[in-house]
Design a protein around this ligand. Structure first.
Ligand code: FAD
Length: 183
């Protein structure tokens, strides 16, 4: 149950877990812990819950402040899909973004970002043929960074004992990418 700032909070004496912040991270953690039987309190300093999932309206258009699409949910066995299915009891249905998921317009030129890794690379190469090598290298690097990030996040979730023992080895490959500047 979400209580708004207009209501006087009805707090209980004790909670198993108190979570500060009601963005996707806080709410997902709260949902998982509640499903596991914990009594959870989520505290939010804004007047409504949701963090970067909020939207606002101007001149008849709807804008998102953060999240506008989520990747990996089309793959049945992806971690994200499993997570969303778990916290929503499989009720959340996903809408496909279509072939062109983003369009960048600069002056009278436009650049489509298209679905699928191979299609994406080919589309970018069609705009910038002289950059073919760099485009391929960039996309491969993104995938390598994502791959190494999994162990980084695992190191954040394991107990302090295992973290002391293995944490550095789990995190190190990711730092190779995360510590680099864009230059
Ligand atoms: C412009 C933009 C576009 C993005 N687009 C995408 C996208 O398309 N797809 C995608 O997957 N990700 C996207 N992201 C990233 C995504 O929005 C974030 O990774 C995600 O929302 C972070 O969730 P969170 O729960 O960690 O934090 P947040 O959503 O930031 O929530 C944190 C909450 O904690 C509250 N809070 C903070 N401090 C306190 C305090 N002391 N006491 C009480 N409450 C507190 C805040 O008010 C807020 O509600 C985008 C981000 C931005 C900025």
């Amino acid at each position: 149950m979400i209580q708004s700032y207009k209501q006087k909070p009805r707090l209980q004496e004790t909670y198993d877990t108190i979570i500060i912040g009601s963005g996707m991270g806080g709410l997902t953690t709260a949902a998982i812990l509640s499903k596991e039987g914990q009594k959870v309190l989520v505290l939010e300093r804004h007047y409504t819950a949701g963090g970067f999932t909020h939207i606002f309206k101007r001149k008849g258009y709807e804008w998102d402040v953060g999240i506008h699409y989520i990747g990996e949910v089309q793959r049945e066995n992806s971690m994200l899909k499993k997570l969303f299915d778990y916290v929503t009891d499989g009720e959340l249905k996903w809408a496909d973004m279509g072939e062109v998921y983003d369009r960048i317009i600069i002056g009278d030129q436009h650049f489509d970002l298209v679905k699928g890794v191979k299609n994406f690379k080919n589309q970018m190469i069609s705009y910038f043929p002289e950059e073919e090598k760099a485009i391929n290298k960039y996309v491969d690097l993104v995938f390598m960074a994502v791959k190494t990030s999994k162990n980084y996040y695992i190191s954040k979730a394991i107990s302090p004992f295992w973290n002391n023992l293995l944490g550095w080895f789990l995190r190190k490959p990711f730092y190779k990418f995360a510590d680099k500047t864009t230059y």
